[in-house]
Design a protein around this ligand. Structure first.
Ligand code: SF4
Ligand code: SF4
Length: 478
């Protein structure tokens, strides 16, 4: 039996004070100095920790906000001197899609490599926009898949990238011939390039180290080569190249053939001459898997289907970093489509055309949590690509003003290599554990079988339409 995929982790504590959601304001005036002060009773010992934090203050721009919000001290103070407050710094993290909760939870995972536990049940909303309008069906939470979660049986999270033949071919020795190569990766995830909005940090050497450790693949802009690796990585470059997929940037010189031929996959941005370019590359390096990067704008879905029909083996579809269709946004005219709807449309059209197995669909953008990875697969992607969670794992705030030259509140220019790689590795490991949890709860033992299995999911829009559509009219686009 092959060895189980397991990522070895160790905790990597944050470099900076934690930006928690709650803090306690202590109006000391009129304090009765009770000998059994409620502050001493904090089960998390936060009041003492805060006093110590202030005594050794290192960062004047970080206040102490690590209260767990249990209200115990607030409710029990005999003079009502304590009150709970929400950290305004916390509320400023991210944007409407990459919410403070997502950023906070990503920091926790990067620190502990564990599945985040929210405590006394989930008290939040049960439906929302985007992936939050989709639920996974966990009614299969029974043996044997629980055994998979606890390691007694195997839940496989491996997926393939490349064209799968629709029939077998044999050579004169009756051996099977595979007309194209397939890349097998242990998790349905690759690391994408940074979106244009987040260019401040140079993370490529850290990402390359983290994907090598976790046996994944990272897409690297060829314009950044050879600067994408550090000196020690360059000295041992053969070890790293199988984990790099160059994005062949038309505005930059291509990496040399001897480098390209040691990689397993490359990516080409979509253009009119893309099919000729594929032929040219295949002639030079036949075993290379070639992916075409297609922007999900108004014509993106149709273009992805056209490329699949033309025989392209991998299509990497990309919306904007919030998961919305690329193009001018005008909420009053029409809401941009979300990536999950566009993936479903591509998947179902390819099934209708009878070519779904001949192409791998990689869905990028808007993948902020491990549940988004599973949901994108259920909508029809073979695997996902993401970048921002790795940036966030380094305590990034996802500021809307991020660009080179500004003051970075996460001091990303000061990060240590070991710290950065460790945090990214921990995050990937936590996502892997959560994927196994999700699959176990859905009764699935094979990530390849998640693709397009909408029977394991419920969609808010569809349920709403079914129940209320006949009463109040349909909301469907015409
Ligand atoms: S609210 Fe709870 S966690 Fe926060 S300081 Fe008071 S007792 Fe501690
Ligand atoms: S913390 Fe802000 S400025 Fe620094 S890398 Fe992240 S988004 Fe950019």
């Amino acid at each position: 039996m092959p060895e189980k995929y397991h990522i070895k982790t160790t905790p990597v504590p944050p470099r900076l004070p934690r930006i928690g959601k709650y803090g306690i304001v202590d109006w000391r005036e009129d304090c009765a100095r009770c000998h059994n002060c409620v502050k001493k009773a904090c089960v998390y010992d936060r009041h003492r920790q805060e006093a110590e934090y202030i005594r050794n203050l290192k960062y004047f721009d970080f206040l102490f906000f690590e209260c767990m919000g249990c209200f115990s001290c607030v409710q029990n103070c005999t003079k009502d001197l304590l009150c709970l407050t929400i950290n305004s710094e916390y509320q400023r993290l991210g944007n409407h899609y990459w919410t403070p909760e997502i950023i906070h939870i990503t920091w926790q995972q990067a620190e502990t490599a564990a599945v985040p536990v929210s405590g006394a049940g989930y008290r939040g909303k049960f439906a929302g926009q985007g992936f939050d309008a989709m639920w996974t069906d966990m009614s299969e939470i029974v043996r044997p898949t629980r055994d998979g979660i606890h390691g007694r049986e195997y839940i496989s999270t491996s997926v393939d990238i490349g064209k799968k033949p629709s029939y077998l071919e044999f050579d004169e020795n009756k051996k099977t011939v595979f007309p194209s190569s397939i890349v097998d990766i242990p998790m349905p995830m690759i690391v994408d390039m940074n979106p244009a909005e987040y260019t401040l940090a140079r993370l490529e050497p850290l990402i390359i180290e983290a994907v090598r450790f976790t046996d994944l693949i990272a897409i690297i802009d060829s314009a950044k080569w050879p600067g994408a690796v550090n000196e020690s990585q360059m000295a041992d470059i053969d070890k790293y190249l199988p984990h790099i997929a160059f994005h062949l940037n038309p505005d930059a010189p291509e990496p040399p053939i001897e480098i390209l031929s040691k990689t397993r996959m490359v990516e080409i941005p979509d253009n009119d001459a893309v099919l000729d370019r594929i032929k040219e590359l295949k002639k030079t390096i036949p075993e290379l898997v070639i992916s075409i990067r297609v922007n999900l704008d108004a014509t993106g879905v149709q273009r992805a289907v056209e490329l699949a029909a033309a025989g392209v083996e991998v299509i990497h579809v990309i919306a904007d970093f919030n998961g919305d269709e690329i193009g001018p946004k005008n909420e009053k005219l029409a809401k941009p489509r979300f990536v999950k709807e566009m993936i479903r449309e591509i998947h179902t059209t390819l099934i209708k055309d009878g070519i779904r197995d001949e192409v791998t669909v990689i869905a990028g953008s808007g993948i902020a949590l491990p549940e988004h990875m599973a949901k994108a697969l259920l909508c029809g992607a073979d695997l996902i690509s993401t970048y921002l969670p790795l940036l966030i794992s380094l305590e990034c705030h996802l500021c809307e003003t991020c660009k080179p030259g500004i003051f970075c509140p996460a001091r990303l220019e000061e990060i240590d290599f070991e710290y950065g790689v460790g945090r990214m590795r921990n995050l990937i490991a936590a996502w892997h554990l959560q994927l196994i949890e999700l699959m176990g709860a859905m009764g699935m033992r094979e990530a390849r079988r998640l693709r397009g299995d909408v029977g394991r999911a419920m969609f808010f829009e569809e349920l709403e339409e079914e129940i209320f559509g006949t009463l109040f009219g349909s909301k469907k686009r015409v």
